[in-house]
Design a binder for this molecule. Sequence first.
Ligand code: FES
Ligand code: FES
Length: 160
Amino acid sequence: MRRLLAFTLNGRDRSEAVADNMLLLDFLREQLGLTGTKTGCDGGECGACTVLIDDKPTLSCLTLAATVAGKRVDTIEALGADGQLSAVQRGFHEKLGSQCGYCTPGFIMASAGLLRRNPDPSDEEILEALGSNICRCTGYVKIIEAVAYAAELPAAGASP
Ligand code: FES
Ligand code: FES
């Protein structure tokens, strides 16, 4: 069965037809063309597919699209404005928190969710918030540094 799904995507109200059994990850990438959200393990293990639902980092590979009715969904495409990187994007860029980049959108969205609820996290809190995300390239030291640096940037409170 299909239904009409009304929700807010990256700050804009949307109304889209969606199959009841479609995963949010597939809905975003295949139906809406938002390919910034990555498919990794496809099974809840890697965090590459992380998006924010009502500001909460959520694995889109384990979420039915139909369940976001009436909610706010933010993907990596929501970050940055007017050609400027968001604070977390700047952190990953300037502190070399990304190598191949495949995991990066998931890490950035999990980090943005953390800074929205806790603008001044400790390293332990950053580690805990990113505990569901896996990176095969960087080791995690640079990623922790990137998030801590982002929290210090002036724009972090407004647009993490
Ligand atoms: S693709 Fe969703 S957790 Fe790996
Ligand atoms: S930068 Fe390559 S998997 Fe994380």
